[in-house]
Write a protein that binds this ligand. Structure first.
Ligand code: PLP
Length: 362
């Protein structure tokens, strides 16, 4: 097999050790005679897998005891509806929700929430072509908003928050952390809800994590589908309906791998080193360009452009020859993008940097 480095934004690279473990377990998990895929989600084998995954994630992110961890389906996009459906039921209708628009994903969240509530865009980075997070001093928050929604890492635009918003006591922050969850420590207690699709930095597509403070449960609109009602999901330990069992199993292996690596603080140190290496190569001269303001540059998703875009195809072809895969930028913004999630080793980033230098004739 040729050696490659996969820079896909998601579904994305997984740790080789995890894939090897999954391969070894494929036909017979721990002497059960069954593949994890064949197990009842209510049987003792799978329950033990589920409980270990929940426990390890709680430990990795230091999730406080008054927060539930839900293993759901539908991805980040489904949560764009599920979040408002769960958080505005106790309010006079239509309830107000604040958003900070920092790129493609928060933009989609705004559109979807508008079907269930009155949305207020408290601040937008659109005029600046989404090259940073508008400073909180400029946000026009609604005093009685049900919550504030932010996307703390914009996967397409490469914009990452370097701060947690300060809100008045009692206000709730909902954060879409799909593409940088577990890449750095996070103070969960500052948020009411954290959600993320697994296929960026955790595991296979099909699993969505929701971390929700307990007092926010039980506020769903009557039209909220039962399988998406966080309280019902929480009361049933994520087994109200059949959860994505195999994806949970792989995510659990990733959580074990993260613990072996030293946890999220250790991952953050590595991710900083990887990001510094890559941005330095992009900034070396004007052959390449990343347009995001330095303090908001994502450590996970690094979009960049060739100054001479007529060289794009040649750049991608040369990258592929060297085993550097999936570097084409998102179709909505063009250019290139290198996603360097937890499972991307620094050797992969170094190989990309070597190629960037070579292609630029440095
Ligand atoms: C990928 C992504 C989503 C959407 O995830 P799906 O699983 O495709 O629904 C939402 N938010 C962010 C920040 C993402 O990166």
């Amino acid at each position: 097999m040729t050696h490659i480095y996969n820079f896909s934004a998601g579904p994305a690279v997984l740790p080789k050790e995890v894939l090897a473990q999954a391969a070894a377990d494929m036909l017979d998990w721990h002497g059960s005679g069954m593949s994890v895929m064949e197990m009842s989600h209510r049987g003792p084998e799978f329950i033990s897998i589920y409980q270990a995954a929940e426990r390890d994630l709680r430990e990795l992110l230091a999730v406080p005891a008054n927060y539930k961890i839900l293993f759901m389906q539908g991805g980040g996009l489904a949560q764009n509806a599920i979040v408002p459906l769960n958080l505005v039921g106790h309010r006079a209708q239509p309830a107000s929700i604040d958003f900070v628009h920092t790129g493609s994903w928060s933009g989609k969240s705004i559109k979807e929430a508008a079907r269930y509530a009155k949305v207020n865009v408290a601040a937008s980075g659109q005029a600046g072509a989404f090259t940073g997070v508008p400073p909180q001093s400029e946000w026009k928050l609604t005093p009685d908003a049900a919550y504030l929604h932010i996307c703390t890492n914009e996967t397409i635009d490469g914009v990452e928050y370097d701060f947690v918003p300060e809100l008045p006591a009692g206000a709730t922050i909902v954060a879409d952390m799909s593409s940088h969850i577990l890449s750095r420590p996070v103070d969960v207690s500052r948020y009411g809800v954290i959600f993320g699709g697994a296929q960026k930095n955790i595991g296979p597509a099909g699993l969505t994590l929701v971390i929700v403070r307990e007092d926010l449960l039980g506020k769903a609109l009557p039209i909220c589908p039962s399988a998406f009602d966080w309280k019902i999901v929480a009361d049933n330990e994520s087994m109200y309906n059949t959860p994505p069992t195999y994806a949970i199993y792989i995510a659990g292996l990733v959580f074990q791998w993260l613990k072996q690596q030293g946890g999220v603080a250790a991952m953050e140190r590595r991710n900083i080193a990887k990001a510094e290496l890559l941005y330095a190569a992009l900034d070396a001269d004007d052959f390449y360009q990343n347009r995001v303001a330095k303090e908001y540059r994502s450590r996970m998703n690094v979009p960049f452009y060739l100054r001479d875009e007529s060289k794009n195809e040649a750049f991608l072809a040369g990258a592929k020859q060297r085993g550097l895969l999936q570097l084409k930028g998102h179709k909505s913004v063009g250019g290139m993008r290198a996603s360097i999630y937890n499972a991307m080793p620094i050797e992969g980033v170094q190989a990309l940097v070597d190629y960037l230098n070579e292609f630029a004739g440095r």
